[in-house]
Design a protein around this ligand. Structure first.
Ligand code: GUN
Length: 280
């Protein structure tokens, strides 16, 4: 039976450490989250981010904008926050409505305030092995989980299922920079089960419930489940068939309580780092 990697516990530890550090500061870090429209999942994520930021002693503000906002007005909003020296971190919750060019919006955020680490400057720095201002929160959280559990990365074959800009790609750079051999799979990949079964570290980030089956798993592999799929009955399911896979894997993250809480912990950690950088 696999060892459970409890992101919830590590996240609580990180948030508490941040809270202690902020407690001793005269000024508090300020995080601003922009949400556009009424996506119910986004609303839940954003309220969790705000709640946890306040728990850590941060100033936190959510700017709620109408679904119908145009590109220019959204960009103006970001420019105002870029210029506001009281704002340390800016996060635009994704996905954005279809009529908005999300890449152009992310590019408007000052890289020094991009708490999500999604600006091309930050992704680019990560890709060439330089220190970014911030590292994408979910991939960074996954690395912290591996480190906390003393799971070696160097020389291991890591297979990532999913090539998103928010998880798959930045995670591939983080793992490569730590000398893993990395394979990134996606919807056009052939022989996916065969490739997955070669993984020492398998990361599922596809958004399909129970997509990864037990016979795709190498004995004792480390299985990281990034999926958060809400079922009709309200239950959350990961991308991994947990009940079957946990019998075969060496380590596994649960859903909920695995990768999810780490994303928020790393968001706060990034906000604090940017705050310190801006107040040198
Ligand atoms: N939507 C889902 N996950 C994320 C995230 O980590 N950052 C942002 N900005 N939007 C998201």
């Amino acid at each position: 039976m696999a060892v459970l990697i409890k992101g919830k516990d590590l996240s609580a530890k990180i948030v508490e450490k941040i809270r202690q550090e902020v407690l001793n500061q005269e000024r508090k870090p300020t995080l601003v989250v922009i949400i556009v429209g009424n996506n119910p999942a986004s609303r839940i994520y954003v309220s969790k981010k705000k709640h946890t930021a306040e728990l850590a002693g941060f100033n936190s503000r959510v700017i709620e904008l109408e679904e119908s906002i145009n590109q220019e007005d959204l960009e103006k909003q970001i420019e105002i926050l870029n210029l506001d020296t009281n704002v340390n971190g800016i996060l635009v919750q994704l996905p954005l409505p279809k009529h908005i060019n999300a890449y152009a919006i992310i590019e408007k955020i000052l890289p020094q305030k991009d708490v999500d680490g999604l600006h091309p400057v930050n992704i680019g720095r990560l890709a060439i092995g330089l220190k970014p201002y911030a590292i994408s929160c979910t991939p960074y959280g996954i690395i912290k989980l591996l480190e906390e559990n003393n799971i070696e990365i160097e020389g291991k074959h890591a297979v990532i299922i999913g090539r998103s800009n928010i998880v798959g790609k930045p995670l591939s750079y983080l793992l490569l920079n730590r000398n893993a051999t990395v394979t990134v799979c996606h919807s056009k990949t052939k022989n996916l089960p065969e490739i997955a079964s070669q993984a020492d570290i398998l990361v599922a980030a596809v958004g399909i419930p129970k997509f990864v089956k037990a016979d795709w798993i190498k004995e004792e592999a480390v299985v990281i489940d990034v999926g958060i799929n809400r079922m009709e009955d309200g239950k959350l399911l990961g991308d991994v068939d947990f009940e079957e896979v946990e019998k075969k894997a060496g380590y596994i993250t649960p859903v909920p309580g695995g990768v999810g809480p780490m994303t928020i912990a790393m968001l706060l950690s990034n906000t604090l780092e940017l705050f310190k950088l801006q107040n040198l």
